[in-house]
Design a protein. Structure first.
Lengths: 184, 337
């Protein structure tokens, strides 16, 4: 049994179930994700201080992510988890379509994108990770989020679903996770 | 590809229902519950229309099977007795890449908690569903059934962890004890039949999800009690425990309460004399509370850790406990609650 077997503590790592294999190996955590590092330490996950070739998985945040530094430090094919958080103001492409922008930046540099998942706040008690590009899945998640009480709530749901089905899901799906591997 | 899609690719689906035997997911939704004691992450595998077809339930903690084995066995028994499509059909259970995963068919529809038909109509549908489940699964056991269902749990927990509530547990057992001498049908019980776990399909049939707390032999009327109470709380906008208790007293403890009358009719249809309704309410809520305690501390090993949990999560923190105490108060007339 691990140091901390409380399922609530493991929740911080639920994004790993977006991968075919959730084992993370040796993990480096960027300073801005330090809260996660504290929890992971209690869970007995092997953390390393230095970002170098010995790292299997690196956890970073989009606002402080330096692609070139990551490429220099990590071996080819290593996993990077980028937590996407966007400002609500501004009309730049990166702000309007954060996942598409990150995918383009990474793939232009030869990275393999494994997952672009919207972290949807489905209810006070549940959160969902949904493939941003899967319009049907995003639309279904919107049904889970919306409590549909009252006519206005139902109208709002229909309007939002229409935007999604027309391809505008990134206007709604703002925060989430990008999982990618460094260029081979 | 995520973990559950990877598991599906390696699973043997030869005995799965024909509708999913050759299913290839077109997308997934990974649900990560935030409840205090949620041990599983749920992955919905969707078809091209975005409709969930399969569900993968994965244990968060590596190598921890949790209660997935019990759920697999119970859903298998329900499918065998009530037929496919009545509840999720279990397909595979295995440890995959370090995590136990249960694969089952998905039930899809609109959550009853999200509006739709009137509460009376919804109850008619759920009542019929529960009676069908009872008819398909109930066994009559005159001996020791109450001990197995409730009293043993009281003894196991009240002696140590919940010692300071010992008097309440003794009184509960004493008041519910006459109930043990009667023969009652013991149906499969869902165990957490709150409104948000009940879906209405596009064919206006009931579909029930989240069988984690299910039991092969439950207390008759327990599922109906939980559903009717949660439905009433939703209708009354009762979110906090005191509001729930007020609503419960009005609708279940008063002789002309709507919930009480519906429960009485339901028990009668199951072949249980409604004269036992108070004992059923008491047994339902005390067991709901104790089950929550048992889930809260699966790994506790020392008295110090147990004491810590008692301090951190007193029984009154749960609305189930508040309803148990309200029922005890009503039955005993002692003001214990």
């Amino acid at each position: 049994m691990h140091l901390d077997s409380n399922p609530r503590s493991w929740r911080v790592l639920d994004w790993r179930f977006l991968l075919p294999d959730p084992r993370l190996g040796r993990v480096w955590v960027a300073p801005e994700c330090q809260q996660e590092a504290t929890t992971m330490e209690a869970l007995g996950i092997e953390l390393v201080d230095q970002l170098d070739e010995s790292v299997d998985t690196a956890l970073v945040e989009s606002r402080a992510f330096d692609v070139r530094a990551m490429e220099r430090a990590l071996s080819p094919g290593h996993l990077v988890r980028i937590a996407i958080t966007t400002d609500r103001v501004g009309l730049s492409a990166a702000r309007l379509r954060p996942f598409a922008s990150w995918r383009r930046v990474l793939e232009e540099r030869g990275w393999e994108t494994l997952s672009c998942a919207w972290a949807a706040p489905t209810s006070a008690w549940t959160r969902a990770f949904v493939d941003v590009e899967n319009r049907r899945a995003v639309s279904h998640t919107l049904t889970l989020i919306n409590d549909q009480r009252g006519r206005m709530a139902r109208l709002k749901l229909r309007a939002t679903q229409a935007i999604v089905l027309l391809g505008g899901q990134e206007l709604i799906c703002r925060d989430g996770i990008v999982l990618a591997r460094t260029p081979s | 590809m995520n973990l559950v899609e990877d598991f599906l690719a390696s699973a043997d689906l030869s005995t799965a229902p024909a509708s999913v035997r050759h299913f290839q997911p077109a997308g997934s939704i990974v649900l990560t519950p935030r409840f205090r004691h949620s041990r599983y992450v749920v992955t919905l595998l969707c078809d091209a229309a975005g409709r969930p077809r399969l569900v993968g339930k994965t244990s968060r903690v590596p190598h921890d099977p949790g209660t997935l084995g019990d759920e697999f066995e119970m859903l298998g028994a329900v499918a065998a007795r009530a037929g496919e499509g009545f509840a999720p059909t279990p397909i595979a259970l295995a440890r995959h890449r370090g995590h136990w995963t249960l694969l089952q068919t998905a039930m899809s529809g609109r959550a009853m908690a999200h509006g739709g038909p009137s509460p009376a109509k919804v109850w008619t549908l759920v009542d019929a569903w529960l009676l069908r489940l009872a008819r398909a699964s109930a066994t009559v056991e005159p001996a020791n059934w109450f001990d197995q269902a409730t009293a043993d749990l009281i003894h196991a927990l009240s002696g140590s962890v919940l010692a300071r509530d010992g008097a309440r547990f003794c009184l509960t057992e004493q008041l519910a004890r006459p109930f043990q001498d009667i023969c009652v049908p013991r149906p499969v019980e869902h165990g957490d039949l709150i409104a948000s776990n009940v879906l209405l399909t596009h064919r206006r049939a009931v579909a029930v999800i989240d069988w984690e707390l299910g039991r092969l032999r439950g207390i008759p009327g327990a599922d109906a009690t939980l559903f009717l109470a949660s439905q009433q709380f939703f209708a009354d906008g009762a979110d906090a425990a005191p509001d729930k208790v007020a609503s419960y007293r009005r609708h279940f403890l008063g002789s002309d309460g709507r919930g009480r009358m519906r429960l009485a009719s339901h028990l009668e249809a199951q072949g249980v004399d409604p004269v036992w309704i108070d004992q059923i309410l008491l047994a339902t809520w005390v067991r709901y509370t104790l089950t929550a305690f048992a889930r809260a501390m699966p790994g506790l090993s020392t008295a110090a850790e147990e004491a810590l949990v008692v301090e951190a999560v007193p029984p009154g923190a749960w609305w189930g406990a508040a309803l148990w105490l309200a029922t005890l108060d009503h039955l005993a007339g002692t003001g214990v609650g």
